[in-house]
Write a protein that binds this ligand. Structure first.
Ligand code: FES
Ligand SMILES: [Fe+2]
Length: 463
Protein backbone atom coordinates (compact mmCIF):
# COMPACT_ATOMS: atom_id res chain seq x y z
CA UNK A 1 0.00 0.00 0.00
CA UNK A 2 1.31 3.43 -0.95
CA UNK A 3 1.41 5.36 2.29
CA UNK A 4 1.58 8.78 0.62
CA UNK A 5 -1.36 8.35 -1.73
CA UNK A 6 -3.66 11.35 -1.43
CA UNK A 7 -7.30 12.07 -2.08
CA UNK A 8 -6.38 13.60 -5.45
CA UNK A 9 -5.32 10.22 -6.83
CA UNK A 10 -8.71 8.50 -6.70
CA UNK A 11 -8.77 5.29 -8.69
CA UNK A 12 -11.83 3.53 -10.13
CA UNK A 13 -13.86 1.83 -7.42
CA UNK A 14 -13.01 -1.72 -8.35
CA UNK A 15 -9.28 -1.17 -7.99
CA UNK A 16 -9.84 1.12 -5.01
CA UNK A 17 -11.58 -1.63 -3.04
CA UNK A 18 -8.46 -3.75 -2.77
CA UNK A 19 -6.21 -0.74 -2.20
CA UNK A 20 -8.18 0.33 0.89
CA UNK A 21 -7.30 -2.69 2.99
CA UNK A 22 -3.77 -3.89 3.55
CA UNK A 23 -4.67 -7.37 4.75
CA UNK A 24 -1.73 -9.75 5.01
CA UNK A 25 -2.49 -12.30 7.74
CA UNK A 26 0.70 -14.27 7.15
CA UNK A 27 2.73 -11.13 7.90
CA UNK A 28 0.56 -10.11 10.85
CA UNK A 29 -0.45 -6.92 9.03
CA UNK A 30 -3.85 -5.28 8.79
CA UNK A 31 -4.09 -1.56 8.02
CA UNK A 32 -6.77 0.65 6.59
CA UNK A 33 -6.49 3.53 4.17
CA UNK A 34 -8.03 6.68 5.67
CA UNK A 35 -10.04 7.29 2.52
CA UNK A 36 -12.32 4.49 3.74
CA UNK A 37 -13.86 7.18 5.93
CA UNK A 38 -13.80 10.21 3.66
CA UNK A 39 -13.95 9.41 -0.03
CA UNK A 40 -17.31 10.44 -1.58
CA UNK A 41 -17.09 8.02 -4.50
CA UNK A 42 -16.26 5.14 -2.22
CA UNK A 43 -19.12 6.14 0.07
CA UNK A 44 -21.64 6.04 -2.78
CA UNK A 45 -20.32 2.65 -3.82
CA UNK A 46 -20.56 1.20 -0.35
CA UNK A 47 -24.08 2.51 0.08
CA UNK A 48 -25.01 0.68 -3.14
CA UNK A 49 -23.05 -2.48 -2.53
CA UNK A 50 -22.82 -2.91 1.25
CA UNK A 51 -26.23 -1.58 2.26
CA UNK A 52 -28.28 -2.04 -0.91
CA UNK A 53 -26.45 -5.19 -2.01
CA UNK A 54 -27.17 -7.68 0.77
CA UNK A 55 -28.96 -8.42 4.01
CA UNK A 56 -29.51 -5.53 6.39
CA UNK A 57 -31.38 -5.48 9.67
CA UNK A 58 -34.78 -3.78 9.53
CA UNK A 59 -36.35 -4.14 12.95
CA UNK A 60 -38.13 -6.45 15.37
CA UNK A 61 -41.34 -8.36 14.78
CA UNK A 62 -42.46 -7.25 18.26
CA UNK A 63 -42.56 -3.66 16.99
CA UNK A 64 -45.59 -4.61 14.89
CA UNK A 65 -47.46 -7.24 16.90
CA UNK A 66 -51.00 -6.58 15.63
CA UNK A 67 -52.58 -7.03 12.21
CA UNK A 68 -52.03 -3.91 10.04
CA UNK A 69 -49.19 -2.58 12.24
CA UNK A 70 -46.28 -1.13 10.31
CA UNK A 71 -42.95 0.65 10.72
CA UNK A 72 -40.84 2.57 8.23
CA UNK A 73 -37.06 2.32 7.84
CA UNK A 74 -34.42 2.88 5.24
CA UNK A 75 -32.09 0.60 3.28
CA UNK A 76 -29.34 2.78 1.89
CA UNK A 77 -31.17 5.42 -0.13
CA UNK A 78 -34.46 3.52 -0.27
CA UNK A 79 -37.44 4.11 2.02
CA UNK A 80 -38.86 0.84 3.33
CA UNK A 81 -42.08 -0.09 5.05
CA UNK A 82 -42.53 -3.33 6.96
CA UNK A 83 -46.15 -4.32 7.54
CA UNK A 84 -48.15 -7.06 9.17
CA UNK A 85 -51.13 -7.85 6.99
CA UNK A 86 -54.64 -8.87 8.00
CA UNK A 87 -53.67 -12.53 8.29
CA UNK A 88 -50.67 -11.72 10.49
CA UNK A 89 -48.01 -12.25 7.81
CA UNK A 90 -45.07 -9.87 7.72
CA UNK A 91 -43.92 -8.23 4.51
CA UNK A 92 -41.23 -5.76 3.53
CA UNK A 93 -41.87 -3.24 0.75
CA UNK A 94 -40.25 -0.28 -0.94
CA UNK A 95 -42.15 2.66 0.50
CA UNK A 96 -42.53 4.38 -2.85
CA UNK A 97 -45.73 4.84 -4.78
CA UNK A 98 -45.76 3.23 -8.25
CA UNK A 99 -47.62 6.32 -9.54
CA UNK A 100 -45.08 9.12 -9.17
CA UNK A 101 -42.79 7.82 -6.50
CA UNK A 102 -43.96 9.56 -3.33
CA UNK A 103 -43.38 7.84 -0.04
CA UNK A 104 -46.71 6.27 0.82
CA UNK A 105 -46.34 5.67 4.58
CA UNK A 106 -45.25 8.87 6.24
CA UNK A 107 -44.93 7.92 9.89
CA UNK A 108 -42.25 6.00 11.78
CA UNK A 109 -44.85 3.44 12.85
CA UNK A 110 -48.58 3.01 13.07
CA UNK A 111 -51.55 0.79 12.34
CA UNK A 112 -53.60 1.08 9.18
CA UNK A 113 -55.57 -1.29 7.00
CA UNK A 114 -55.16 1.07 4.09
CA UNK A 115 -52.35 3.43 3.19
CA UNK A 116 -53.36 6.39 1.06
CA UNK A 117 -50.59 8.04 -0.90
CA UNK A 118 -50.51 11.72 0.06
CA UNK A 119 -49.93 12.92 -3.50
CA UNK A 120 -52.81 11.56 -5.66
CA UNK A 121 -54.50 9.14 -3.25
CA UNK A 122 -53.59 5.79 -4.74
CA UNK A 123 -54.40 3.35 -1.99
CA UNK A 124 -52.64 0.19 -0.76
CA UNK A 125 -53.57 -2.41 1.80
CA UNK A 126 -51.33 -3.81 4.52
CA UNK A 127 -50.20 -6.59 2.16
CA UNK A 128 -48.97 -3.95 -0.28
CA UNK A 129 -51.75 -4.59 -2.81
CA UNK A 130 -53.14 -1.66 -4.68
CA UNK A 131 -56.77 -1.14 -3.63
CA UNK A 132 -57.56 1.97 -5.57
CA UNK A 133 -56.37 4.25 -8.33
CA UNK A 134 -58.24 7.51 -7.93
CA UNK A 135 -60.65 8.20 -10.84
CA UNK A 136 -59.34 5.15 -12.64
CA UNK A 137 -62.37 4.74 -14.89
CA UNK A 138 -62.17 8.34 -16.09
CA UNK A 139 -58.43 8.14 -16.62
CA UNK A 140 -58.42 7.10 -20.30
CA UNK A 141 -55.43 4.83 -19.71
CA UNK A 142 -54.10 2.70 -22.50
CA UNK A 143 -54.43 -1.09 -22.00
CA UNK A 144 -50.71 -1.23 -21.30
CA UNK A 145 -51.37 0.51 -17.97
CA UNK A 146 -53.59 -2.37 -16.82
CA UNK A 147 -50.85 -4.84 -17.57
CA UNK A 148 -48.67 -3.24 -14.92
CA UNK A 149 -48.71 -4.16 -11.24
CA UNK A 150 -49.80 -1.12 -9.25
CA UNK A 151 -48.86 -2.77 -5.95
CA UNK A 152 -46.08 -1.69 -3.67
CA UNK A 153 -42.87 -3.42 -4.67
CA UNK A 154 -41.91 -6.24 -2.33
CA UNK A 155 -38.32 -6.46 -1.16
CA UNK A 156 -36.53 -9.11 -3.21
CA UNK A 157 -35.52 -10.78 0.04
CA UNK A 158 -37.22 -10.47 3.42
CA UNK A 159 -36.88 -12.92 6.30
CA UNK A 160 -37.21 -13.30 10.04
CA UNK A 161 -34.98 -15.01 12.53
CA UNK A 162 -36.61 -15.43 15.92
CA UNK A 163 -38.29 -12.01 15.75
CA UNK A 164 -35.36 -10.18 14.10
CA UNK A 165 -36.37 -8.93 10.64
CA UNK A 166 -33.97 -8.52 7.76
CA UNK A 167 -34.37 -7.43 4.15
CA UNK A 168 -32.32 -7.11 1.02
CA UNK A 169 -32.74 -5.02 -2.11
CA UNK A 170 -31.08 -7.76 -4.14
CA UNK A 171 -32.47 -11.26 -4.42
CA UNK A 172 -29.22 -13.17 -4.87
CA UNK A 173 -28.39 -13.38 -1.18
CA UNK A 174 -27.76 -16.51 0.86
CA UNK A 175 -30.62 -17.67 3.10
CA UNK A 176 -30.83 -15.54 6.24
CA UNK A 177 -29.86 -18.55 8.34
CA UNK A 178 -26.61 -18.79 6.39
CA UNK A 179 -25.99 -15.03 6.59
CA UNK A 180 -26.40 -15.02 10.39
CA UNK A 181 -24.65 -18.35 10.85
CA UNK A 182 -23.42 -19.04 14.35
CA UNK A 183 -24.05 -15.42 15.38
CA UNK A 184 -27.76 -16.32 15.40
CA UNK A 185 -27.11 -18.09 18.70
CA UNK A 186 -26.33 -14.73 20.29
CA UNK A 187 -29.62 -13.32 19.00
CA UNK A 188 -31.36 -16.38 20.41
CA UNK A 189 -29.70 -15.85 23.78
CA UNK A 190 -31.19 -12.36 23.89
CA UNK A 191 -34.69 -13.63 23.23
CA UNK A 192 -34.21 -16.32 25.87
CA UNK A 193 -33.76 -13.76 28.63
CA UNK A 194 -37.47 -14.21 29.24
CA UNK A 195 -39.65 -17.23 28.38
CA UNK A 196 -41.88 -14.67 26.64
CA UNK A 197 -39.10 -13.07 24.59
CA UNK A 198 -38.11 -9.42 24.45
CA UNK A 199 -39.93 -6.16 23.88
CA UNK A 200 -38.93 -2.60 23.13
CA UNK A 201 -39.32 -0.07 25.89
CA UNK A 202 -41.56 2.60 24.30
CA UNK A 203 -39.77 5.39 22.53
CA UNK A 204 -36.63 5.63 20.46
CA UNK A 205 -33.89 8.17 19.92
CA UNK A 206 -32.24 9.05 16.63
CA UNK A 207 -29.16 11.22 16.47
CA UNK A 208 -26.56 12.12 13.91
CA UNK A 209 -22.85 12.73 14.20
CA UNK A 210 -20.41 14.31 11.79
CA UNK A 211 -18.47 11.20 10.95
CA UNK A 212 -18.42 8.10 8.82
CA UNK A 213 -20.76 5.18 9.62
CA UNK A 214 -17.84 2.79 10.13
CA UNK A 215 -16.73 4.79 13.18
CA UNK A 216 -19.90 3.68 14.94
CA UNK A 217 -19.47 0.16 13.60
CA UNK A 218 -16.01 -0.08 15.10
CA UNK A 219 -16.68 1.71 18.36
CA UNK A 220 -19.18 -0.83 19.65
CA UNK A 221 -16.42 -3.41 19.30
CA UNK A 222 -13.73 -1.18 20.81
CA UNK A 223 -12.82 -2.23 24.32
CA UNK A 224 -9.63 -0.15 24.10
CA UNK A 225 -11.34 3.24 24.26
CA UNK A 226 -13.47 2.73 27.34
CA UNK A 227 -11.20 3.97 30.13
CA UNK A 228 -9.78 6.76 27.93
CA UNK A 229 -13.03 8.10 26.52
CA UNK A 230 -15.45 7.74 29.41
CA UNK A 231 -13.62 8.93 32.57
CA UNK A 232 -16.59 10.91 33.85
CA UNK A 233 -18.83 7.84 33.69
CA UNK A 234 -16.22 5.75 35.46
CA UNK A 235 -15.84 8.42 38.15
CA UNK A 236 -19.58 8.38 38.77
CA UNK A 237 -19.46 4.60 39.14
CA UNK A 238 -16.60 4.96 41.62
CA UNK A 239 -18.54 7.45 43.69
CA UNK A 240 -21.61 5.26 43.70
CA UNK A 241 -19.58 2.26 44.83
CA UNK A 242 -18.59 4.23 47.93
CA UNK A 243 -22.21 4.47 49.01
CA UNK A 244 -22.79 2.09 51.90
CA UNK A 245 -26.16 0.88 50.62
CA UNK A 246 -24.71 -0.57 47.44
CA UNK A 247 -24.57 -4.34 47.64
CA UNK A 248 -21.44 -6.22 46.70
CA UNK A 249 -21.52 -8.03 43.34
CA UNK A 250 -21.98 -11.75 43.71
CA UNK A 251 -20.03 -13.89 41.33
CA UNK A 252 -22.04 -16.82 40.12
CA UNK A 253 -19.05 -17.72 37.98
CA UNK A 254 -16.80 -18.45 40.92
CA UNK A 255 -19.42 -20.06 43.07
CA UNK A 256 -20.81 -22.76 40.88
CA UNK A 257 -19.38 -22.56 37.40
CA UNK A 258 -16.46 -24.90 36.85
CA UNK A 259 -14.68 -23.18 33.97
CA UNK A 260 -11.67 -25.02 32.68
CA UNK A 261 -8.08 -24.09 33.23
CA UNK A 262 -8.18 -22.43 29.82
CA UNK A 263 -10.28 -19.64 31.32
CA UNK A 264 -7.82 -18.66 34.06
CA UNK A 265 -7.06 -14.93 33.94
CA UNK A 266 -9.61 -14.33 31.18
CA UNK A 267 -11.73 -11.22 31.55
CA UNK A 268 -13.45 -11.32 28.18
CA UNK A 269 -12.63 -11.48 24.54
CA UNK A 270 -14.09 -11.43 21.10
CA UNK A 271 -15.58 -13.66 18.46
CA UNK A 272 -15.59 -13.20 14.70
CA UNK A 273 -18.27 -14.85 12.61
CA UNK A 274 -18.67 -15.42 8.89
CA UNK A 275 -20.26 -12.55 6.91
CA UNK A 276 -18.81 -9.80 9.11
CA UNK A 277 -20.60 -10.26 12.44
CA UNK A 278 -18.65 -9.87 15.66
CA UNK A 279 -19.06 -10.00 19.42
CA UNK A 280 -16.82 -8.45 22.01
CA UNK A 281 -17.63 -9.43 25.53
CA UNK A 282 -16.58 -9.06 29.14
CA UNK A 283 -16.84 -11.56 31.94
CA UNK A 284 -19.16 -9.89 34.45
CA UNK A 285 -20.41 -11.52 37.63
CA UNK A 286 -24.10 -11.31 38.36
CA UNK A 287 -24.59 -8.31 40.62
CA UNK A 288 -27.43 -6.25 42.02
CA UNK A 289 -26.45 -3.57 39.49
CA UNK A 290 -27.99 -5.78 36.80
CA UNK A 291 -31.76 -5.73 36.32
CA UNK A 292 -31.82 -9.51 35.87
CA UNK A 293 -30.19 -10.13 39.25
CA UNK A 294 -33.48 -11.08 40.91
CA UNK A 295 -33.77 -13.92 38.39
CA UNK A 296 -30.34 -15.54 38.68
CA UNK A 297 -31.75 -18.77 40.06
CA UNK A 298 -34.72 -18.88 37.70
CA UNK A 299 -32.46 -18.31 34.69
CA UNK A 300 -30.16 -21.10 35.81
CA UNK A 301 -33.07 -23.51 36.20
CA UNK A 302 -34.60 -22.63 32.85
CA UNK A 303 -31.50 -22.25 30.68
CA UNK A 304 -28.70 -23.98 32.57
CA UNK A 305 -25.62 -22.34 34.08
CA UNK A 306 -23.81 -21.63 30.80
CA UNK A 307 -26.53 -19.48 29.25
CA UNK A 308 -27.37 -17.93 32.61
CA UNK A 309 -23.83 -16.73 33.07
CA UNK A 310 -23.59 -15.43 29.51
CA UNK A 311 -26.72 -13.34 30.11
CA UNK A 312 -24.86 -11.39 32.80
CA UNK A 313 -21.79 -10.88 30.63
CA UNK A 314 -21.24 -7.59 28.83
CA UNK A 315 -22.00 -8.40 25.20
CA UNK A 316 -21.59 -6.04 22.26
CA UNK A 317 -22.88 -7.75 19.15
CA UNK A 318 -22.70 -6.36 15.63
CA UNK A 319 -24.65 -8.00 12.84
CA UNK A 320 -22.97 -6.57 9.78
CA UNK A 321 -23.52 -4.01 8.43
CA UNK A 322 -26.09 -2.01 10.37
CA UNK A 323 -27.27 -3.66 13.57
CA UNK A 324 -25.72 -3.47 17.01
CA UNK A 325 -26.94 -4.82 20.31
CA UNK A 326 -25.16 -3.64 23.43
CA UNK A 327 -25.96 -5.54 26.58
CA UNK A 328 -24.72 -4.71 30.03
CA UNK A 329 -26.75 -3.36 32.92
CA UNK A 330 -28.93 -1.90 30.18
CA UNK A 331 -29.78 -3.23 26.75
CA UNK A 332 -29.63 -1.15 23.61
CA UNK A 333 -30.56 -1.94 20.03
CA UNK A 334 -29.01 0.30 17.36
CA UNK A 335 -29.46 0.74 13.66
CA UNK A 336 -26.69 2.56 11.80
CA UNK A 337 -27.63 4.56 8.70
CA UNK A 338 -24.99 6.18 6.51
CA UNK A 339 -26.10 9.58 5.17
CA UNK A 340 -22.86 11.04 3.77
CA UNK A 341 -19.17 10.18 4.07
CA UNK A 342 -19.09 12.41 7.14
CA UNK A 343 -22.65 12.08 8.42
CA UNK A 344 -24.29 9.10 10.11
CA UNK A 345 -27.61 8.55 11.81
CA UNK A 346 -27.92 6.14 14.71
CA UNK A 347 -31.37 5.10 15.91
CA UNK A 348 -31.56 3.46 19.31
CA UNK A 349 -34.05 1.61 21.43
CA UNK A 350 -33.96 0.19 24.92
CA UNK A 351 -35.16 -3.39 24.89
CA UNK A 352 -36.01 -5.65 27.77
CA UNK A 353 -37.19 -9.15 28.59
CA UNK A 354 -40.96 -9.29 28.76
CA UNK A 355 -42.49 -9.72 32.17
CA UNK A 356 -39.70 -8.29 34.31
CA UNK A 357 -40.74 -6.66 37.56
CA UNK A 358 -41.50 -2.94 37.72
CA UNK A 359 -38.42 -2.46 39.91
CA UNK A 360 -36.17 -4.28 37.43
CA UNK A 361 -37.60 -2.30 34.52
CA UNK A 362 -37.05 0.95 36.40
CA UNK A 363 -33.47 -0.05 37.15
CA UNK A 364 -32.90 -1.00 33.49
CA UNK A 365 -34.20 2.34 32.21
CA UNK A 366 -32.15 4.30 34.76
CA UNK A 367 -28.98 2.42 33.73
CA UNK A 368 -29.87 3.02 30.10
CA UNK A 369 -30.28 6.76 30.64
CA UNK A 370 -27.02 6.82 32.55
CA UNK A 371 -24.91 5.50 29.76
CA UNK A 372 -26.67 5.83 26.42
CA UNK A 373 -28.11 8.47 24.11
CA UNK A 374 -27.10 12.09 23.52
CA UNK A 375 -28.20 12.86 27.08
CA UNK A 376 -26.24 10.00 28.65
CA UNK A 377 -22.72 9.91 30.03
CA UNK A 378 -21.15 7.82 27.25
CA UNK A 379 -22.69 8.52 23.84
CA UNK A 380 -21.55 12.18 23.69
CA UNK A 381 -17.99 11.09 24.55
CA UNK A 382 -18.06 8.57 21.73
CA UNK A 383 -19.58 11.02 19.22
CA UNK A 384 -16.88 13.58 20.05
CA UNK A 385 -14.25 10.93 19.31
CA UNK A 386 -15.91 10.02 16.00
CA UNK A 387 -15.81 13.67 14.98
CA UNK A 388 -12.18 13.95 16.01
CA UNK A 389 -11.35 10.87 13.93
CA UNK A 390 -13.26 12.22 10.95
CA UNK A 391 -11.30 15.47 11.16
CA UNK A 392 -8.07 13.50 11.38
CA UNK A 393 -8.99 11.22 8.50
CA UNK A 394 -9.26 14.23 6.24
CA UNK A 395 -5.49 14.28 6.10
CA UNK A 396 -4.52 12.05 3.21
CA UNK A 397 -0.89 12.76 3.96
CA UNK A 398 -0.63 10.37 6.86
CA UNK A 399 -0.18 6.64 6.32
CA UNK A 400 -2.71 3.88 6.83
CA UNK A 401 -4.45 3.56 10.17
CA UNK A 402 -2.66 1.29 12.64
CA UNK A 403 -5.63 0.61 14.93
CA UNK A 404 -6.21 -2.93 13.75
CA UNK A 405 -3.23 -4.59 15.35
CA UNK A 406 -4.05 -5.53 18.92
CA UNK A 407 -4.80 -9.21 19.32
CA UNK A 408 -3.35 -10.44 16.04
CA UNK A 409 -0.90 -12.69 17.86
CA UNK A 410 -3.67 -13.96 20.19
CA UNK A 411 -6.20 -14.94 17.53
CA UNK A 412 -7.27 -18.57 17.40
CA UNK A 413 -9.51 -20.21 14.84
CA UNK A 414 -12.86 -21.57 16.00
CA UNK A 415 -14.36 -21.31 19.46
CA UNK A 416 -13.21 -21.74 23.03
CA UNK A 417 -14.50 -22.89 26.39
CA UNK A 418 -16.79 -19.88 26.66
CA UNK A 419 -18.45 -20.18 23.24
CA UNK A 420 -18.83 -23.90 23.95
CA UNK A 421 -21.23 -22.95 26.74
CA UNK A 422 -23.57 -21.60 24.05
CA UNK A 423 -22.91 -24.45 21.65
CA UNK A 424 -21.53 -21.77 19.35
CA UNK A 425 -18.61 -22.11 16.96
CA UNK A 426 -17.32 -18.75 15.71
CA UNK A 427 -14.83 -18.45 12.87
CA UNK A 428 -12.19 -17.07 15.24
CA UNK A 429 -11.75 -15.94 18.82
CA UNK A 430 -9.49 -13.98 21.09
CA UNK A 431 -9.42 -14.43 24.86
CA UNK A 432 -8.37 -11.30 26.69
CA UNK A 433 -7.37 -9.93 30.03
CA UNK A 434 -8.47 -6.41 30.93
CA UNK A 435 -5.87 -4.76 28.69
CA UNK A 436 -5.53 -6.85 25.53
CA UNK A 437 -8.52 -5.11 23.90
CA UNK A 438 -8.70 -7.06 20.68
CA UNK A 439 -8.77 -5.10 17.43
CA UNK A 440 -8.83 -8.08 15.07
CA UNK A 441 -12.59 -8.21 15.11
CA UNK A 442 -12.55 -5.11 12.86
CA UNK A 443 -10.77 -7.24 10.27
CA UNK A 444 -13.95 -9.23 10.05
CA UNK A 445 -15.97 -6.09 9.23
CA UNK A 446 -13.65 -5.06 6.47
CA UNK A 447 -13.34 -8.50 4.95
CA UNK A 448 -17.14 -8.64 4.75
CA UNK A 449 -17.13 -5.08 3.39
CA UNK A 450 -14.66 -6.12 0.69
CA UNK A 451 -16.74 -9.20 -0.21
CA UNK A 452 -19.92 -7.15 -0.58
CA UNK A 453 -18.14 -4.42 -2.53
CA UNK A 454 -16.59 -6.88 -4.94
CA UNK A 455 -19.90 -8.70 -5.43
CA UNK A 456 -21.66 -5.37 -6.04
CA UNK A 457 -19.13 -4.24 -8.60
CA UNK A 458 -19.45 -7.59 -10.40
CA UNK A 459 -23.25 -7.34 -10.28
CA UNK A 460 -23.18 -3.86 -11.78
CA UNK A 461 -20.75 -4.97 -14.48
CA UNK A 462 -23.23 -7.66 -15.58
CA UNK A 463 -26.25 -5.36 -15.47
S1 FES B 1 -47.44 9.64 -6.21
FE1 FES B 1 -48.72 8.31 -5.13
S2 FES B 1 -50.65 8.64 -5.92
FE2 FES B 1 -49.39 9.91 -7.10
FE1 LIG C 1 -17.78 4.39 24.22
Amino acid sequence: MNEMRTIETISPIDSMIDAMIDDRPADGVFRLDRRMFTDPELFEAERRHVFEGGWVFLGLACEIPEAHDYFTRQIGRHPIVVMRDGSGSLGGFINSCPHKGSRVCQLAHGNSRLHVCPYHSWTFDSAGKNRGVKWKAAGAHAPAFDELSHDLRRLPAFAEHNGFLFGSLVGDVPPLSEHLGEAAKLLDLITEESPDGIELVPGSVAFTYHGNWKLQLENASDAYHFTSTHPSYLKVLELRAERPDDATPRSVWESDQPWSEEAAGVQGGSYSFDHGHVLNWGLIPASPAHPMYDRVEALGERLGPGKRDWIFNMRNLTVFPNMQIVESAASQLRIIRPIAPDMTEVTTWCFAPRGESAAARRQRIRSYEDFFNPTGMATPDDAACYENCQAGHASGLVGPLQGYSRGIAATKLGGNVFSDKLGMTPAANVLADSQLCDETLYHNYYRAWRTRMRAGVAREALA
